[in-house]
Design a binder for this molecule. Structure first.
Ligand SMILES: Cc1cc2nc3c(=O)[nH]c(=O)nc-3n(C[C@H](O)[C@H](O)[C@H](O)COP(=O)(O)OP(=O)(O)OC[C@H]3O[C@@H](n4cnc5c(N)ncnc54)[C@H](O)[C@@H]3O)c2cc1C
Length: 457
């Protein structure tokens, strides 16, 4: 096993010199805390909207240290909980159409940025597959298609029959599928590092290795202290996603209960040979996401590997701990499961595993908007597929900080009353019991699969 603590993207990256930490005292109009996709997109859009605004971004480690540099690199259109009937019941077609368009716009913005600034990040516009599991029957995929028709998203989709899927993927488990021609795959860390250079060229002051350890709100300004410096700003954007409950100084504004972290784990294989790819007959080398409670996703990388994420192994941390330790089960079962999904790959080695923190809100709808102190904007609750969402949230937050009235600032995602988790003391046990129930369901699905998919615990 190679270097487990950070992702394959870090492990395979070119040497990188982080920007200097914050030192001394700095005064700016807007400070962004967090150097993930949300923070960098906010910084970018702030400068796009007002090139004279002075903007700084503080990142506790390095750009991409959080989920943005640890994910599967898929750009797909996904939003909210996976029960589509419940989504429709709760929010209605008009709001959901707006939300799905918002995510799609995030993908388009990433594509525009890549083209406009020549961002070399291995982007392949492959589209992706939402894949049904034979053991689940065809209901889930049918419901998804009906849902997409109901919210006007079906023109991007192409249903694929079970027979076509069987010819293409050589997997005993896959049922029918839906191909979505939007999005594709990229190297998220390369993208973020390049985006950092873009925002720096626009005049944003980026400081890495600058953890914000104290936030003080005074009438004239907001002061943020890192270990070595102090930053004073008029406006603040909190783009710390799964770390948001830990920020000291925003407790009275409800940041502790607005989201709860969950750790998700990924594996990457050695590169497949051309004959292995040929044997699989994998169309377009597009990403595959299982539309099932047995959540697995499989994303081919530019250098011919398979990067796979297993939802069963997600972990809810205790209290404030943020250690991304990998369970032994994930290390042993992941490769075994991969071979069950794709028998032609039974000899393929998995060479690296890692974890990353995502963020859940109580109703699975992401939070973006202003806190009760309306000098402060925030976004969290970015979970499954947050790269497009974080990109759109950055645009929204920039508009809010600069008091621009846009369709984003009027969106229901911004204006709705956010539902918080109950007291922090019981959030972890509640989320943990939800995930135990989900694990029980997943093990039941595993028993129905042919050949059976075994989970040790
Ligand atoms: C294994 C895995 C696979 C995934 N797969 C996909 C995928 O294929 N496609 C997709 O779109 N999404 C995927 N996601 C989700 C996606 O990565 C996240 O939703 C998204 O990256 C969230 O971005 P963010 O900028 O809001 O948060 P993060 O990327 O977590 O950024 C927050 C940043 O804040 C910094 N920070 C925290 N506290 C402080 C502080 N006190 N001071 C300064 N800085 C601080 C952190 O170091 C971090 O860099 C995946 C996630 C995981 C874990």
């Amino acid at each position: 096993m190679l270097h487990r603590s950070r992702s394959h993207w870090f492990h395979s990256a070119e040497p990188y010199a982080p920007s200097a930490p914050l030192e001394g005292v700095l005064n700016v109009d807007v400070c962004v805390v967090g150097g993930g996709v949300t923070g960098l997109s906010t910084a970018y859009h702030l400068k796009k909207l007002d090139q004279h605004a002075s903007v700084a971004l503080l990142e506790s480690e390095v750009v991409g240290f959080g989920a943005s540099g640890r994910n599967a690199g898929q750009l797909i259109v996904a939003f909210g909980e996976s029960d589509f009937k419940a989504q429709m019941r709760r929010h209605g077609a008009a709001k959901l159409r707006e939300a799905y368009t918002y995510i799609h716009e995030g993908i388009s913005t990433i594509e525009d940025l890549i083209n406009e600034h020549d961002i070399a990040c291995d982007y392949e516009q492959t589209g992706y597959f939402e894949m049904g599991l034979r053991a689940d029957g065809s209901e889930t995929l049918d419901e998804y298609l009906a849902f997409c028709r109901g919210i006007g998203q079906d023109s991007f989709l192409e249903p694929i029959s079970e027979a076509q899927v069987a010819r293409s993927f050589q997997s005993p488990y896959f049922g029918k599928a839906v191909f979505d021609r939007r999005g594709g795959q990229f190297n998220p860390l390369k993208y973020l590092r390049e985006l950092k250079f873009v925002v720096q060229r626009f005049g944003v002051q980026v400081h890495e290795n600058s953890p914000v350890v104290c936030i003080e709100r005074e009438p004239s300004c907001i002061s943020l202290r890192t270990g070595r410096g102090t930053l004073r700003c008029q406006k603040l954007v909190v783009a710390t996603n799964a770390y948001s409950h830990l920020l000291p100084g925003l407790e009275d504004l409800g940041m502790i209960r607005s989201q709860s972290p969950v750790f998700v784990y990924a594996n990457v294989t050695e590169p497949l040979s051309e004959s292995q790819w040929g044997a699989l007959n994998w169309p377009r080398r597009a990403g595959v996401n299982l539309m099932s409670k047995l959540f697995y996703s499989f994303a081919p990388t530019r250098d011919g590997r398979l990067l796979y994420v297993g939802g069963y192994y997600a972990r809810v941390p205790q209290g404030n701990e943020m250690s991304l330790d990998i369970s032994k089960d994930f290390l042993t079962e992941g490769p075994r499961h991969l071979a069950s999904f794709f028998p032609a790959l039974s000899d393929l080695r998995t060479v690296q595993s890692w974890g990353g923190p995502i963020s859940t809100t109580r109703d699975f709808i992401p939070h973006v908007g202003l806190l009760a102190d309306d000098r402060i904007g925030y976004a969290n609750g970015c979970w499954g597929h947050g790269m497009p969402l974080g990109t759109s949230n950055g645009r929204t937050l920039a508009g809010l900080m600069l008091n621009r009235r846009t369709t984003d600032s009027a969106s229901w995602l911004v204006t709705r009353k956010k539902i918080d988790w109950p007291s922090r003391m019981i959030v972890s046990p509640v989320v943990r019991s939800l995930s135990s129930a989900m694990r029980r369901d997943i093990r039941k699905i595993g028993r129905k699969m042919q050949p059976r998919l075994v989970f040790e615990k």
